[in-house]
Write a protein that binds this ligand. Structure first.
Ligand SMILES: Nc1ncnc2c1ncn2[C@@H]1O[C@H](COP(=O)(O)OP(=O)(O)OP(=O)(O)O)[C@@H](O)[C@H]1O
Length: 265
């Protein structure tokens, strides 16, 4: 399936499913006596791009882990495209179109860019346990090349991962998250450690993703976050304390005092 076909298929799905990609209602996650997130209620529409911001320990990663199924919430419900997935294991959420990226790299260093993406496409398709080499007409090869292009790495498609720059490796991780027609992606600090030029490339890649793919981005770089998101949720001490457009958040007095003024990050 091409990216364009993905979009059409998603449009058809969108017409029959709920308009929300993600709905959290009163989600709390306790670690012993510590509540990492408390009573988080959050709705993200299909195709919406949301930034979740907050200082260290605000609960952003815990929120991601509850959405992916890595953590079971202590209380509250999580719905994905209208379906209650609160108790679903991670792979069931992946099957429904949820993906995430991690702060650490999960790439095969000895393989090329194209091979990494091809394997990711195979991993989420049927027949993935075959060890046969792909046939030249394997549709997943075409699909992999499209994803390599979507993350601006066509020039490096035959380069081994070990020879890519750090920024290019992060771009490749985005291609892996795009394998298998995702509908919603959780990006965990994709700009961390990138140079200004690499950040600009990242912004272009995220803004260029097909419109039906919504996402949440956790990002310490406000500049990147506010340029790739249409809505922003601010967290503080495990709770949501403000939501708004990038402009509203940027100009909010309380946000400036709590987050922007005091050496955030
Ligand atoms: N597995 C865990 N066991 C115990 N406490 C945890 C665990 N994971 C997170 N916490 C605690 O929960 C709180 C929220 O942490 P979390 O990592 O979700 O914050 P964050 O906003 O992602 O921070 P950062 O920006 O530093 O990644 C912190 O007090 C943290 O120490």
């Amino acid at each position: 399936m091409t990216l364009v076909e993905d979009t059409r298929a998603a449009d058809r799905l969108g017409s029959v499913s709920s308009g929300n990609a993600l709905e959290l209602r009163g989600v709390t996650k306790m670690f012993g006596a510590l509540s990492a997130i408390s009573d988080v209620t959050l709705t993200v529409q299909s195709g919406e791009r949301r930034a979740v911001l907050g200082s260290n320990g605000a609960g952003k990663t815990t929120l991601f882990n509850c959405v992916t199924g890595d953590f079971l919430p202590t209380s509250g419900t999580i719905r994905l495209f209208g379906e209650d997935v609160t108790r679903f294991p991670a792979y069931e959420r992946i099957r429904r179109g949820l993906r995430r990226t991690y702060q650490i790299s999960l790439l095969f260093n000895g393989l090329t860019v194209a091979d990494n993406v091809y394997l990711a496409c195979r991993g989420v398709s049927r027949g993935r346990f075959s060890f046969l080499r792909p046939r030249e007409d394997d549709a997943l090869l075409t699909r992999a090349d499209e994803l390599v292009e979507a993350v601006h790495l066509t020039e490096w498609r035959d380069t081994a991962v070990a020879n890519l720059s750090y920024g290019q490796q992060r771009q490749l991780e985005i291609a892996l998250a795009l394998a298998g027609a995702p509908r919603f992606i959780l990006f965990d600090e994709p700009a961390a450690g990138l140079s200004p030029a690499e950040r600009a490339e990242l912004v272009a890649i995220l803004r260029g993703l097909p419109g039906h793919i919504g996402y949440i981005i956790i990002e310490h770089d406000m500049d990147v976050a506010l340029r790739v998101a249409e809505s922003v949720t601010m967290m503080h001490n495990g709770r949501i304390f403000k939501e708004g457009t990038p402009e509203e958040i940027e100009n909010d007095q309380e946000v400036q005092e709590l987050y922007l003024g005091d050496g955030h990050g």
